[in-house]
Design a protein around this ligand. Sequence first.
Ligand code: ZN
Length: 178
Amino acid sequence: MSVLPLHLLGSPVLRQRSAEVGPVDDEVRRLVDEMFETMDAARGVGLAANQVGIARRVAVVDADGDRFAMIDPVIVETEGAGTAEEGCLSIPEIYADVTRPERVVIEASDREGNRYRREATGLKARAIQHEIDHLDGILFLDHLSLMRRQMLMSRWRREHKDDTSHIKEVQPAADRAE
Ligand code: ZN
């Protein structure tokens, strides 16, 4: 297993709609394991496969003490609305308040390929929606007003003008000096 490099804003794969996985095989299981490892190393609450350059509908979440993989996830129910600050491992150091449904119910396949249903509220519901957005090529910035989005995008471009690769290496958690 290894920690995978992260794709940052500007990488075309983040704007792609990822392809359905279908039956879960060893390759997908390995991807799930490496995504968990990468999310932990980057200290995220969620990670989508296109953030590590793979345009398939796979995401992992670790929020509110619940840790799970979502393969081919679909949102089947939403309720209410809440606003909270969000960030994204693919857009480091940029944060903004995003309004989303407060409660969601999803259906997805787990690492073994079994379909499951899960209800979530609060941070977990937010992380689930943020990751499913990624699978559709949507970033949290897209939920902001045009003015706010343009402001944050120009700040991002100013701070990353020397970065043309749009790739960031993540140091494995075990190697990091705390
Ligand atoms: Zn993100």
